[in-house]
Ligand binder design. Structure first.
Ligand SMILES: Cc1cc2nc3c(=O)[nH]c(=O)nc-3n(C[C@H](O)[C@H](O)[C@H](O)COP(=O)(O)O)c2cc1C
Length: 333
């Protein structure tokens, strides 16, 4: 209630990206992070999940895009998250699109963003992750690393770009997510076809000597025929799981028509429908991370019942506040 009544109205008066950067800067301060996350985490053996031989203390993770550079990686477990996915990381550091590029739509509990993968690049982020390992700051929760294509790299050259990021970062990852579904890098979503996806997955799996689980993150705007092709391609290249879904280009449920992808409540149903169809098609054999529109316990339950093994939150964390994970976990227990 304190977040909803006092903190959120203040935060929502400021530019979303300015607030995001300020919050990320403060979360790097251990004292502030500890205070901000006080009472957010709960431990209960009934919440544990094991996937790909990895133990997740609970099924709720932080979705990609919130901590693109891994700046606050050591603290996400304090907010109760059972895993954190950093990125999207690209091989070359880049600025992303011009600001403003994040827009809140409070009446729909939604966001439109057209960030375009601003991040420090694979080398710099690998250095940061190495620093956490060496200084004992590495989190106890599993870490996913989400990789995407650099803007300067052509679609034709994209397999090498993904491979470069994979080679620099795989040693820090419990799983690697191949992002071919963000709407804000021109042409990226066209990499979801059989041929393009094969050209990306083949060299990555050839280089994957540690057998790190490879997941593919898909868009919610694909036809079922397109999803079936992705599932076949993923099976051919022994992918470990799928992340469904990224933001949608469908703006019919929101009053704002800014360019970019919609996240939050308007994407919930679409994402759940896709999760259910994938789960039925693969008879539960392909683990699914369900993401899109989770704000409350019921939304998590819906995704788990549709067949997701784990879920992730982004927009719900902003609208419901840092206590959202604990609230949901309490109800799950
Ligand atoms: C501001 C913003 C930035 C995002 N950046 C990324 C990103 O870099 N990579 C990615 O795979 N997904 C990104 N996403 C998508 C989220 O990870 C998630 O798939 C989507 O927002 C749906 O979940 P939600 O409704 O809980 O937000 C971003 C979402 C938002 C709102």
């Amino acid at each position: 209630m304190f977040y909803q009544k006092v903190i959120k109205p203040i935060l929502f008066r400021c530019d979303p990206e300015t607030i995001h950067h300020a919050a990320m800067a403060m979360l790097q301060n251990r004292f502030f992070a500890s205070v901000a996350s006080l009472g957010c985490s709960i431990q209960d053996p009934r919440l544990k999940r094991t996937l790909w031989g990895i133990d997740f203390p609970n099924p709720i993770g932080l979705a990609a895009g919130f901590d693109k550079n891994g700046l606050a990686l050591p603290i996400w477990e304090k907010f109760g998250f059972g895993h954190a996915e950093i990125g999207t990381v690209t091989l070359h550091g880049q600025e992303g699109n011009p600001r403003p590029r994040i827009f809140r739509i409070p009446e729909a509990e939604a966001i439109i963003n057209r960030m375009g993968f601003p991040n420090e690049g694979a080398d710099r982020i690998a250095q940061r992750l190495e620093g956490y390992k060496n200084s004992g700051m590495w989190p106890r929760i599993p870490v996913g690393i989400n990789i995407g294509k650099s803007k300067v790299t052509s679609l034709e050259e994209s397999p090498n770009d993904y491979l470069g990021s994979f080679q620099r970062l795989e040693r820090y990852a419990d799983y690697v997510a191949i992002n071919v579904s963000s709407p804000n890098t021109p042409g990226l979503r066209s990499l979801q076809t059989r041929e393009s996806l094969s050209r990306i997955l083949d060299p990555i799996q050839n280089a994957n000597s540690r057998r790190v689980p490879i997941l593919v993150k898909i868009a919610p705007d694909l036809s079922w025929e397109e999803i079936e092709v992705i599932l076949e391609t993923m099976e051919q290249f022994q992918c470990a799981g799928i992340i469904a879904t990224n933001t949608t280009l469908d703006k019919s449920a929101v009053p704002l028509k800014e360019e970019g992808g919609v996240s939050g409540s308007p994407v919930r149903e679409k994402s759940t429908r896709i999760i259910r169809s994938i789960s039925q098609k693969t008879i539960g054999r392909l683990p699914i991370i369900g993401v899109g529109g989770i704000q409350h316990f019921e939304d998590v339950q819906e995704k788990l019942q549709a067949g997701a093994s784990l879920v992730q939150i982004y927009t719900g964390f902003i609208y419901q506040g840092p206590q959202v994970v604990r609230r949901v976990l309490n109800r799950l227990v």
